[in-house]
Design a protein around this ligand. Structure first.
Ligand SMILES: NC(=O)c1ccc[n+]([C@@H]2O[C@H](COP(=O)([O-])OP(=O)(O)OC[C@H]3O[C@@H](n4cnc5c(N)ncnc54)[C@H](OP(=O)(O)O)[C@@H]3O)[C@@H](O)[C@H]2O)c1
Length: 454
């Protein structure tokens, strides 16, 4: 089948930052055929050469522009005009493209109008599984708006044709969670409250909001990070072993885990970094949170009494995304093996920028004494790769083109996560202002929150 991808919003930040570099890699690695085409759809009246010149200026990665151009067509388009959709559909038909992915890299408010045009023109016709449509995150701004969008989409497309992106799912170490958990009997058998004391899921950023104030100020960290990336990580960490490793079975297990999560609104701490309100297109009196600490429990006997800590924020002291599983301390070794300090075993799944798995465990100190000390097995995933591990968008685009849905979110995952966030949002929390990460740590300590690996 001849494959094509149609990208709406092809003059936007996502196109330059992620989609062009990922598509270039896919072409370079010959993961698509020579006749694969990218139809870049936009409203700017420019030629393909002008499009490439603008892109050259904006894209930071090294691109083989000549090769990229050979796969590219630039299409001037009015998203409100159904004739433009029909013209594009006829062109694709005439050129023999019968496997089509339509990618909406546009603000979410445009999802319904574009989806309608795509459906009315039969660019993506319902139930044809060689035609699919992709939506970027955020999918809605709360449960109601997400439901509104989804209701419209289901009129036009089958759920199996709808691909909702959470790019964290394309990251190597997020996919590795399932392998670490279910391919290793030592973890599989100790994945419960008897062995595990708590779990921390964190994603810290050192940068501020930069030029994305227009988007971010309406959304904030709870909706931008917790609703999507952090809850997706939680689902993969907490889910039971799926019936099989099919896309649907994995999603069933994730949804069950998400439905069992309950946030404790008394343990919600929100912050905003000083200087945020000076950023471009941010309200002078903005109450938007740029930092979130939240704590949840799991309504499942296997996880009884195990708190799940979520931490995310901007303008922190480092960029780091990790999942840290804290095991209970063993205390029954008596005086023969004394402990000089608390010795807790941990499994750390490093998501970014380092990728890997570290297991910290207890050993006897070398020498004549019998003290216990910490040792670590530290596997570096991106060091092992012959070249850089694939970027999330490269993986997601390849899966999309091959109709592989596991790394895309199903509607009930979105619905469940929005329910959780809406409930948390409904609770009015004080907004702490911070200059440094230490300020945040001080607030967390004041509130009695465990801070040892944040
Ligand atoms: N940028 C990221 O890193 C990132 C990360 C994750 C998710 N996302 C999501 O990806 C989507 C796109 O983000 P972005 O950062 O690329 O946004 P952006 O830089 O604002 O670009 C939006 C694109 O949509 C087009 N557009 C906007 N309004 C339009 C209209 N009324 N009619 C036709 N075209 C219109 C723009 O065209 P013009 O150039 O003509 O204005 C541009 O091509 C959003 O849903 C965002 O939440 C982005």
């Amino acid at each position: 089948m001849k494959k094509a991808i149609v990208i709406f919003g092809s003059t936007g930040n996502l196109m330059y930052k992620k989609l062009i570099p990922a598509l270039d890699k896919i072409i370079q690695k010959r993961l698509v055929d020579e006749d694969f085409r990218i139809f870049a759809v936009a409203r700017k009246q420019i030629t393909i050469d002008e499009f490439i010149d603008i892109a050259k200026d904006k894209v930071k990665d090294h691109i083989d522009w000549a090769k990229f151009k050979s796969h590219l067509e630039y299409i001037l388009f009015d998203i409100k005009n159904v004739e433009d959709y029909r013209t594009l559909k006829n062109k694709l038909n005439k050129d023999g493209y019968d496997d089509i992915s339509v990618y909406l890299a546009v603000p979410p408010k445009l999802f319904p109008v574009i989806a309608k045009g795509v459906s009315q023109s039969k660019l993506v016709e319902k139930n044809n599984h060689h035609k699919r449509i992709v939506f970027e995150k955020p999918f809605g701004e709360d449960l109601e708006s997400a439901k509104d969008i989804n209701r419209e989409l289901w009129k036009c497309f089958d759920e199996n044709q709808i691909y909702r992106i959470d790019h964290y799912l394309g990251k190597e170490m997020i996919q590795n969670i399932l392998v670490v958990r279910f391919a290793n009997i030592i973890f599989e058998n100790s994945w419960n409250h008897q062995a595990i004391r708590s779990i921390t899921i964190l994603s810290k950023e050192s940068e501020g909001v930069m030029s994305r104030g227009n988007y971010y100020d309406k959304i904030g960290a709870l909706k931008d990070m917790l609703q999507s990336h952090l809850l997706q990580m939680a689902a993969l960490i907490l889910m039971d072993k799926p019936q099989d490793f099919s896309s649907e079975a994995i999603k069933d297990a994730k949804v069950k885990a998400l439905k069992n999560l309950a946030f404790d609104e008394k343990k919600l701490i929100l912050g905003q970094y000083n200087g945020y309100r000076d950023a471009e297109k941010v309200d002078d009196n903005s109450q938007t949170e740029t930092f979130v600490y939240a704590e949840a429990s799991v309504k499942d006997q296997a996880w009884e009494g195990v708190p799940i800590h979520f931490v995310t924020g901007k303008k922190l002291e480092e960029k780091r995304s990790e999942i840290i599983v804290h095991f209970h301390e063993k205390n029954d070794l008596g005086d023969y093996f004394p402990k000089t300090k608390p010795q807790e075993d941990k499994l750390i799944i490093k998501v970014s920028p380092n990728e890997g798995v570290e297991f910290q465990f207890s050993v006897k100190e070398p020498g004549l004494g019998n003290n216990i000390q910490k040792a670590s097995l530290d596997y570096c995933h991106n060091c092992k790769a012959m070249e850089n591990t694939p970027e999330a968008y490269e993986r997601l685009l390849i899966d999309l083109l091959n109709n592989q849905r596991t790394l895309f979110t199903r509607w009930d995952e979105i619905e469940t996560t929005w329910k959780l966030i809406d409930e948390l949002k409904g609770h009015h929390s004080k907004l702490y202002h911070y200059d440094s990460y230490q300020d945040i740590i001080n607030v967390l300590k004041e509130k009695g929150v465990l801070v040892n690996d944040l």
